[in-house]
Design a protein. Structure first.
Length: 273
């Protein structure tokens, strides 16, 4: 009796990709993937990781030692008790490889259709962007963290163009920029918290139904813009998306806990001297 596609997929756990200072790491162990998913959110003590994992201290200790040795995690003394350690992400999170993320889409048809629509040259370049994204998704590869990082750099570079001390005017400038460059239609929903809807989203409108938000690049751009405006950390969460079956993409911007990247960079620089 043949097993279903679901059963086969469940036998192949998600692989997460990280770039340390030495190499690219493909993390396959479900326990390591779980540990890294927690530490990506915030720094954690050994005791916190053990409690959240539900595994024995000896098991977690082995995994943590391996992750630190490979340069994926870093550790430092707990400021409250120097006998204990705090673990943090020392590497760059690149994305995932997963059979469950594979899609079956005809890339060529979409690309040719964009060529037939004359009058807007941006359509072809949008189609090229989606073709690259779909090519990766067909292989079960998600590069959302990389796209978000790229968007963050774009947003910071874009802020001098659209920025304004008045938040409402800054968003008006952003709406105009989105319209002039045919990126979709951006609308302000609320100023508190800042909530933005994007219609005809260039990043995801023609992607297949993924069942999850797909606008990591847009989220990165908005993060860069609003962090530049408020001069402090911001978390941008996509709550609606064309790739989830919605008729628009919605982004909520809230104040976030700072990610301790400065500490990580300092430790890296010290280790590499």
């Amino acid at each position: 009796m043949s097993r279903s596609k679901t059963a086969l997929t469940e036998q192949k756990p998600r692989i997460e990709l990280f770039a340390s200072t030495r190499e690219i790491h493909a993390v396959k162990s479900p326990m390591r993937v779980k540990i890294l998913s927690m530490v990506r959110v915030r720094e954690m003590s050994f005791e916190e990781i053990v409690a959240a994992s539900g595994k024995a201290k000896s098991t977690i200790s082995i995994h943590l030692k391996g992750l630190v040795r490979e340069g994926i995690l870093g550790s430092k003394p707990d400021p409250r008790d120097s006998r204990k350690k705090i673990f943090y992400l020392y590497s760059e999170y690149l994305g995932t490889l997963s059979p469950a993320d594979r899609v079956d889409e005809d890339i060529g048809t979409q690309l040719l259709a964009s060529l037939e629509r004359e009058g807007d040259p941006s359509l072809f370049f949008k189609a090229l962007f989606r073709a690259i994204r779909l090519s990766l998704l067909r292989e079960g590869i998600s590069i959302d963290p990389v796209l978000r990082t790229a968007g963050l750099a774009v947003g910071r570079a874009l802020y001098p163009v659209v920025g304004d001390p008045d938040l409402a005017r800054a968003i008006e400038h952003l709406e105009d920029f989105w319209k002039r460059h045919n990126l979709g239609r951006l609308e302000l929903v609320s100023l508190s918290p800042v909530t933005i809807d994007i219609y005809d989203c260039f990043e995801c409108q023609d992607l297949p139904r993924l069942g999850r938000p797909a606008c990591a690049f847009d989220a990165g751009i908005l993060t860069g813009i609003f962090e530049s405006h408020f001069q402090e950390d911001r978390i941008v969460t996509e709550t609606h998306c064309y790739a989830m079956g919605d008729s628009f993409c919605r982004f909520e911007v809230v104040k976030g806990e700072p990610i301790r990247r400065s500490d990580t960079a300092h430790v890296r620089a010290r280790c590499e001297q």
